[in-house]
Design a protein. Structure first.
Length: 376
């Protein structure tokens, strides 16, 4: 059996294989509530054989959302629609994860495909439009040249920081109530925790700014609070931008220090991405972030590699070389929601194992296996 399709255990959770769906924002919720779009979008990946499906960045309070269309988990009513999704993922053999997030100064931005706030009054009512002033470590806009997208944020005071930490913990309790197997803390891509980590966006002079130790403080305090709120038998992940990819920013070595501290607090794996705080100076290319996963894994904590991983052979090679423990896809899975089924066939010759039972009778005919299409 390939390593990609071998089981992997974190605490009491054993994944059926090492394929992961990375969080992908859908900007399709109203007041943070999941709906049929989210069920169908996510359910197809479980039907497609993936081991772990992680839901999109989910706001721990209303102001934590990237846009008014993001999922949220700040009130109890949001639990039931998420449980419906979790139950479906479980029924199809996948573990269910949720990424708890705060967008910081990148909050309250337009829906991406609209690009600007051009909603009519009728659309605002139908879409549950909301707009607010974001918060951040420092009152510095993400991009002052785009004020129509990024506002100047308000710097969080001590009370705001304490509330944010509590909001993450409360959201973790609701995630447990919804039945999730995994919580992932979003500390990447230029959002709030990443903003505190990076000297580019964090210009504070109190105990949350300046030195590396101070800039890590929020990430560590959020992690400690979430770990205490999240059941001990369930895994906790953290997604980080391993480097800002910008001069004077957060570095790979900083991430290695952070990873050691996170592991000591009970984090079970690090999901290694990059960029998001400032202009990104690393040219994306196939497997360009795998080295980040390897560098962090060398500290002794399991990692998830992500970023332009496209073929089964590439994914298997990452695991065989010891560069990561799990492999995540996003865009590739959008193009082929059955990527895991197809990869299992390529690597192990397995034709039927991951297909949903409803499909097996249709594809057992050899002429219908994997892209050889015949009339129904």
């Amino acid at each position: 059996m390939s390593q990609l399709f071998s089981p992997f255990t974190l605490r009491d959770l054993t994944l059926r294989n090492r394929t992961v769906i990375a969080p992908m924002c859908q900007y399709s919720a109203k007041h943070g509530y999941a709906n049929d779009w989210h069920l169908v979008h996510l359910g197809r990946f479980a039907m497609g054989g993936f081991g772990l499906v992680i839901l999109e960045a989910t706001g721990v309070n209303p102001e934590a959302r990237i846009s008014y269309g993001d999922l949220g988990l700040w009130e109890d009513g949001q639990v039931a629609p998420l449980r419906r999704i979790v139950d479906f993922l479980h029924a199809e053999g996948s573990a269910a994860g949720i990424q708890l997030a705060h967008a910081g100064r990148k909050a309250s931005t337009p829906i991406p495909w609209r690009r600007v706030f051009d909603e009519t009054e009728e659309e605002k009512a139908a879409l549950a439009f909301e707009h607010w002033v974001p918060v951040a470590p420092s009152a510095i806009s993400h991009n002052p040249e785009q004020p129509e997208i990024y506002q100047e944020p308000t710097a969080l005071d001590e009370a705001g920081i304490r509330k944010t930490i509590q909001d993450f913990a409360d959201a973790a309790r609701r995630a447990d109530a919804a039945g999730f197997d995994v919580v992932e803390i979003h500390a990447a891509h230029g959002y709030l925790i990443n903003q505190f980590l990076s000297p580019i966006s964090n210009k504070r002079t109190d105990s949350y700014g300046g030195s590396l130790e101070n800039r890590m403080r929020l990430a560590l305090e959020v992690t400690e609070a979430v770990r205490a709120a999240w059941p001990a038998h369930k895994p906790l992940l953290v997604r980080i931008s391993t480097t800002d990819g910008a001069e004077g920013g957060w570095t790979v070595e900083d991430s290695r220090v952070l990873a050691e501290r996170l592991k000591a607090l009970g984090v079970d794996a690090i999901h290694t991405s990059s960029g998001g705080v400032a202009t990104y100076g690393i040219k994306p290319a196939p497997l360009y972030q795998v080295g980040f996963a390897k560098a962090v894994r060398e500290t002794g904590i399991p990692t998830i590699a992500v970023g332009l991983i496209t073929t089964p052979e590439e994914a298997e090679s990452i695991l065989v070389k010891g560069e990561a423990d799990l492999v995540a896809l996003a865009r590739g899975a959008l193009e082929d929601p059955n990527w895991a089924i197809h990869a299992h066939h390529v690597l192990d010759g397995a034709e039927y194992d991951l297909w949903p039972k409803q499909a097996r009778s249709r594809i057992r005919d050899k002429d219908r296996v994997l892209g050889i299409r015949q009339p129904a």
